[in-house]
Every structure is written in C-alpha cells, then in structure tokens.
Design a protein around this ligand. Structure first.
Ligand SMILES: *[C@@H]1O[C@H](CO)[C@@H](O)[C@H](O)[C@H]1NC(C)=O
Ligand SMILES: *[C@@H]1O[C@H](CO)[C@@H](O)[C@H](O)[C@H]1NC(C)=O
Length: 287
C-alpha cells in the first residue's frame, strides 16, 4: 500500500491536531479518511462531521416539508374520493348453541318471544346454552343460509353440518326438508315425507309429558313401537323418557345417526351418536 503525500499530510494534522483556520479550510474532506478511518477528535473530522450534520439537517428539513405536502394532498384526496369499502368475508355467525346435559331446557329458550340481549355474553363451546338476540329478530336479518352443526368432542372432535336455505324464513320454519341444502346423510333428502309420523321440525314431537323431541328428524311412524323408531337426529329435552332409547341422564341430550343414512335408535345403539354441542349459525351474505 502506497502512502501518498496526502495521507502523510492528514496523519501529521491528526497527530499535531493544532492548525490554523486557513489550513482547515484547505483541508480536503474525505469521510472517514483521517487517521485511516479510526476515531479521532481532530479538527479535520470535526469539520467533516459539521458538514455532514448540516447536510443531514438540510435533508431532514426537506423530508419534513415533503411529508407535510403529502399529508395535505392525502387529506384533499380523502375529501374528494371515498375510501374503498373493506372486503368483509362472508362468514357464519353463531346465533344459538346448546350444550348436552347442561341442565336447562332448550326449546323454551329457542322459542322465547323476545331476546333482549345475547345470553350469556360468552358463547364459547364449553359453557352451557347460548342465544343471540339475532334469534329474536330473525325475519329482519335477511338470512341467506342456516347451518346446524353437531359437535362431538371425544374420542375425536367430529362435526356434522346440516345446511338450510334461509331465504325468506322465520325462526321456526327454516328447519325443513324443502329448505335442506346438504347434510351428512345420503337418504335425508330422498326419503318420502308422506309416511305417517315423518317429522322434520324444530318443535318436533311432544307426547303426554313423556317425550319432548326437538330439532327432530325421524323417518316414519309405522310400525308403531319404540324398536321401530328410526331417524337422523333429535334433541331430547325436558326429561324425555318414553322409549328406552331416549332415556338417559342429563338434560338435554343430542342424538344423531353416525351412519350415512338414518339409524334405528333402539336397536342399533352403536350407531347412535351423542353430540356434546349443537350450534346454529346464520349467513346474511351470498357466498
Ligand atoms: C333459496 O331459496 C330461494 C327462494 O326460494 C331461491 O331463490 C334460492 O335459489 C335458494 N337458494 C339455494 C342456495 O338453494
Ligand atoms: C317418529 O317420530 C314419532 C314422533 O316422535 C314417533 O312416535 C315415531 O315412533 C317415530 N317413528 C320412527 C319410525 O322413528
């Protein structure tokens, strides 16, 4: 590395550090060059730093001016052009949730004439029943779809969904075969409804204070008798106890067919599932 005259001159200044103003002015400015890039308190560096600081200050002032300009023009833009609407995803909204064996009856809750507020505030899956005030104003919500989800937590988390067309529905009539769009069961949409005892309704079937089968979808009435009871799902409310298959501890109980078709509730108990939670969601947008 060749040591140039300039370097020597700089080195001398660095070591002596004591030179006149005239010398300082003639000193060439090489950023970081004094004493070969090392830290130094020499006047040469001071001059360089002062220049850099002045330069930075000037640039900062420039940027501040530019920023102020931008703010003014964006405010002007706000006044003239509306902001684009944020994209709202079309999502399911929970409006009702029942927890198996939580205690309170569910049909009186669903059918209550008015729902002044969400009850309770916290609709988490593991804490009792929940009803949203949306249920009380069903017809004013312009509901497009309704989903019933049956959750089983163990041994594995499983979910079974029934989706209904909610267009023009009220809170009692959307749960019907006509409105059914999809379900976990292949024969639900095709089973004839003219057989005696076919039930597909929220109010379900109530019998002499002995059974309260709500959100009930069963196949037919005949031949009569508990062993012939077959269907797809039911919420046993208010201590239903008419048939052996519907007796059990805890109120309410949510039963469903684990098959891809309906199930014989009495004689094929292995294929009767017990859901831990049933939830109802609505969609008020087209997807
Ligand atoms: C829902 O029902 C309405 C009114 O009957 C109908 O116009 C619409 O196409 C249906 N939507 C679906 C997804 O079936
Ligand atoms: C269908 O439901 C009705 C009303 O609960 C009941 O009386 C009848 O036994 C059921 N029939 C079948 C086949 O499930």
């Amino acid at each position: 590395m060749a040591i140039t005259v300039q370097m020597i001159v700089l080195l001398v200044f660095c070591i002596w550090g004591d030179h006149t103003a005239a010398q300082r002015i003639t000193l060439p400015y090489h950023p970081g060059s004094c004493c070969f890039g090392g830290e130094s308190g020499s006047n040469a560096d001071t001059v360089g730093l002062q220049r850099r600081v002045a330069d930075l200050e000037a640039r900062q002032a420039q940027m501040e001016a530019r920023q102020a300009q931008l703010e003014v023009s964006s405010r002007q833009a706000e006044n003239t052009r509306p902001c684009p609407e944020p994209e709202i995803p079309c999502e399911w909204k929970l409006v009702f949730k029942i927890q198996a064996k939580a205690g309170p009856d569910i049909y009186p809750l669903w059918s209550s004439a008015s729902v002044p507020a969400n009850q309770p505030d916290d609709p988490s899956l593991s804490t009792g029943h929940y009803i949203s005030r949306d249920v009380g104003m069903w017809e004013s919500l312009d509901i497009k779809k309704v989903k019933v989800s049956l959750y089983t937590f163990s041994p594995n988390m499983e979910t079974r969904d029934l989706i209904f067309n909610g267009t023009g529905s009220n809170k009692d009539n959307w749960f019907s075969k006509d409105r059914l769009i999809s379900s976990p069961w292949t024969d639900l949409k095709t089973t004839p409804i003219d057989e005696n005892g076919y039930v597909f309704s929220i109010v379900g079937h109530v019998y002499h204070g002995l059974h309260f089968r709500r959100f009930f979808i069963n196949r037919s009435f005949l031949p009569l008798g508990c062993p012939n009871d077959r269907g797809w799902m039911v919420v046993l409310d208010q201590n239903s106890r008419f048939c052996p298959w519907e007796r059990g501890t805890g109120n309410p109980r949510i039963l469903f067919s684990k098959l891809t078709t309906h199930v014989y509730f009495e004689t094929d108990r292995a294929n009767v599932g017990q859901a831990d939670v049933m939830a109802i969601f609505i969609k008020t947008c087209d997807d």
